[in-house]
Design a protein around this ligand. Structure first.
Ligand code: ADP
Length: 556
């Protein structure tokens, strides 16, 4: 607990004698150019299967871009959007836009058209950078986004399409006309730098507005050994999109330390393409949501390949099944590090790395621990509270609403100041997750508040049931939702997709839960589907499943 300084203390305050240099995103770029200028950045793009250049070139081009943006007549704080995959041009935009004092609004192209229209208008984006692939999409949205002044198509002159987009400019042509000399503005470190909207699973998407200070502090935290453990020796493949919470801070943390970057472009969900990139570029660290790794592991299994260079994968955004962690470790000798966070948290909150004292752990103990979301990172305080807001003990058993506080956690939402009701009276952010924290500080998410299954007044963790089901060899993907029950209010329904070439024996599958979870947690029924609905960021869309199974009657 931090106690605010009293008036008497303020009167006698003695400042330290340290320089007050601002923490700016442009300073990461300048550092990268000086110390890691020759480090390679490799990208798959829409117009080139393997583009290669250096970090120094990336920074030089981001300065050219900053020069070009200044000429568009933008004011500090104006929003400039991107709708693009992970590649080198998108990285240059990250630095060029934020570094010059504008706000880089990354848009998730997989959102529904009405959500895209909502966020472009809500953000008041003045210009939009777009990949070639999204030009037709933007053309369709055009009548509904009249305030956008122009579009910069991320390609070269040869591939520039015919388009009805007004003021459509070719990215390479724009850069070619500019000098790579540019004086980055010495902004206040609290100047807004980037904007990312939550996916809006409940109501309209909400904008999270990052600043230079929060971004730099978050990048420092990310590279630490017990978090992502990044150094200049690493080769990093962010499969997590640059439009999904700044790819978990990777564009900043890798340039801070000089890791080689490998961008997959549009090849994000393709197991074979990812395998090929991982192997040929000798990637040491790859980051993504569980569904992405499901595709990679399936490809490896079917083609009889193993991952040879990869050392660690960082998996987050949704609960990571134990079977995935085991497969990475046993088959590929890859350490799977689970992370937890949110758009509102920049996003890093916890990372699941081992602590001193765990050296003698058996495989079982290691995997059990790795299934948790991880332990708190310095800079992100955690607490769990009951319905009355009372703090609950860290005993690994008590579960409650998870709240966080720290310099890279949002204090409010963009243009919703004070109205979202997302913070406690004493200033902690309500994550909407339900969790336990054990005596060692490892936090485990049991559910999102709205996904909790309440049976006979007691909570059942859908995540733990899903995790157990995923351990069964016939199951490719699993989701558990609560369905109405006359006696118990709600009971769990297990919805599964069968693994390739497998049949689901419902009774055998339910029997598989025996001894693994409390008897009264075992789902009442299994529904087999060919596909589960996913959100734009690859998470299972429970809201859709609840609709689909709204009238489902459990057997007597
Ligand atoms: P959205 O909230 O729009 O779905 P986010 O990417 O911000 O997008 O999602 C954050 C949420 O994802 C968390 O609040 C949590 O429910 C879930 N999540 C993230 N990481 C994990 C994890 N390791 N285990 C369980 N849930 C996770």
């Amino acid at each position: 607990m931090v106690i605010p300084a009293s008036d008497a203390q303020k009167d006698t305050l003695m400042h330290g004698l340290m320089m007050d240099t601002p923490l700016l995103i442009s300073s990461i770029a300048e550092h990268a150019e000086k110390f890691h200028g020759d480090r390679e950045i490799v990208s798959v793009t829409m117009d080139n299967p393997r583009h290669r250049y250096t970090m120094g070139e990336a920074v030089g081009r981001s300065r050219k871009l900053a020069n070009a943006l200044d000429k568009l007549g933008l004011a500090t704080g104006d929003r400039v959007a991107t709708i693009a995959w992970n590649d080198y041009r998108h990285l240059e935009i990250y630095y060029g836009v934020s570094g010059a004092g504008y706000v880089c609004h990354t848009i998730n192209p997989r959102l529904f058209p009405e959500q895209l229209v909502f966020i472009i208008n809500h953000a008041e984006d003045r210009w939009i950078f777009t990949d070639l692939m999204f030009v037709p999409l933007l053309e369709k949205l055009l009548p509904q986004i009249p305030k956008v002044e122009g579009f910069i198509v991320m390609t070269d002159e040869a591939n520039m399409p015919e388009t009805s987009l007004p003021n459509a400019v070719c990215y390479e042509t724009l850069l070619a006309a500019e000098s790579s000399q540019y004086q980055w503005p010495q902004l206040d470190e609290r100047t807004a730098s980037a904007l990312c909207y939550t996916s809006g699973t409940t109501g309209d998407p909400k904008g999270v507005l990052y600043d230079h200070r929060s971004t730099v502090l978050h990048a420092y935290a990310g590279v630490a050994p017990d978090v992502l453990n990044l150094s200049s020796k690493d080769i990093v493949l962010p499969v997590v999109p640059l439009f999904h919470v700044n790819a978990w801070g990777i564009p900043y943390s890798t340039l801070m330390v000089g890791s080689k970057l490998v961008f997959p472009g549009p090849k994000m969900g393709d197991g074979e393409a990812l395998y090929e990139l991982l192997e040929t570029e000798k990637v040491t660290v790859a980051l993504g949501v569980p569904t992405v790794w499901l595709a990679l592991l399936q490809y490896c299994e079917q083609s009889g390949q193993t991952l040879n260079a990869l050392q660690r994968t960082v998996i987050g955004g949704a609960a990571v099944p134990r079977s995935m962690i085991e497969q990475f470790s046993k088959v590929h000798d890859v350490q799977a590090i689970q992370g937890w966070g949110m758009t509102e948290m920049s996003p890093l909150g916890t990372a699941n790395t081992p602590k001193a004292g765990q050296e003698g752990f058996s495989d079982d103990q290691r995997f059990d621990l790795a299934t948790k979301a991880g332990r708190g990172i310095f800079g992100c305080e955690l607490r769990i509270v009951d319905d009355e807001g009372q703090e609950l003990p860290w005993d690994g058993v008590a579960y409650g609403a998870l709240q966080v506080r720290g310099p890279w956690i949002c204090s409010d939402y963009f243009k919703l100041e004070g109205s979202a009701g997302s913070h406690s009276d004493d200033g902690w952010f309500n994550t909407g997750d339900v969790a336990t924290i054990d005596p060692q500080g490892y936090m485990a998410i049991t559910d999102r508040t709205k996904d909790v299954i309440k049976s006979g007044g007691e909570w059942i963790s859908s995540i733990e049931l899903e995790n157990t089901a995923m351990g069964h060899p016939a199951v490719a993907e699993a989701a558990v939702i609560g369905v109405a029950h006359p006696k118990w209010t709600e009971r769990p329904l297990l919805i599964v997709v069968a693994a390739e070439g497998q049949e689901i024996d419902k009774q055998a599958l339910l029997g598989f839960f025996k001894g693994k979870v409390a008897d009264w947690w075992i789902p009442n029924e299994v529904a087999v589907v060919t596909e589960l609905p996913h959100t734009a960021t690859g998470k299972i869309k429970k809201i859709e499943l609840r609709k689909q199974f709204a009238d489902y009657a459990l057997p007597e």
